[in-house]
Write a protein that binds this ligand. Structure first.
Ligand code: GRF
Length: 195
């Protein structure tokens, strides 16, 4: 599920093609943005994409219920949020408990929410990074699966830091998706253990 450019989606598709993510199929792309570039990427790779217009639903719950149906019909084992900008309802979270992953471009719980790279940069942090986590009912809050830290270089520009964070995201997300699809993962409270 994505709302924007889809560079993480692209990295995932490439990792599947190169068998870095083994025995996997990207079944479906769902977006809430009609003009999201991720749709062009999906078509280029021959992957089905569906735009679901939130304006067509009376409530967030009804919108999410429709997404749950689409995902179940696609037979997905894992739901991957890749720059999906809507907050998921408790009904959605419950339907796929510990099967929805998200990537965040900071070391959670620091810099939750949008523009995390820029906010970390402007705050003057020396270390930032990337977090992959399961979703729960709160934004950027669910149990942490993996994190990768990155040192901010002296005098580095925001653009350079953004580029390096995204590079880390693309690698880490694919590695974790491969892992989650193949290994047994236990979630106990806030703790995730991968065998
Ligand atoms: C990424 O930085 C991701 O961490 C965040 O949204 C951004 C999506 O970028 N959740 P893209 O659409 O995958 O290029």
């Amino acid at each position: 599920m994505a709302s924007g450019s889809g560079s993480n989606f692209e990295a995932i598709v490439r990792a599947v093609k190169k068998k870095k993510i083994k025995n996997a199929v990207v079944a479906l792309v769902i977006t809430d943005q009609e003009n999201a570039f991720v749709r062009c990427r999906a078509r280029r790779h021959g992957i089905k994409d569906i735009f679901v217009d939130p304006a067509g639903y009376k409530s967030r719950e009804l919108f999410d219920r429709h997404l749950v149906r689409l995902i179940k019909n696609a037979g997905a084992d894992l739901v991957v949020l890749a720059g999906y900008m809507r907050v998921l309802t408790p009904g959605f979270v419950k339907a796929f408990r510990n099967r929805v992953v998200n990537i965040h471009p900071a070391l959670l719980p620091a810099f939750k929410g949008v523009n995390a790279i820029e906010r970390a940069y402007r705050r003057g942090v020396k270390v930032t990074g990337v977090t992959v986590h399961f979703i729960d009912e709160q934004v950027d809050h669910g149990p942490i699966i993996a994190q990768k830290a990155l040192e901010v270089r002296a005098g580095e520009s925001l653009a350079s830091l953004e580029q390096r964070v995204h590079r880390v995201e693309h690698r880490l997300y694919s590695e974790m998706i491969d892992h989650l699809l193949r290994e047994k993962t236990k979630v106990k409270g806030r703790y995730v253990s991968c065998k």
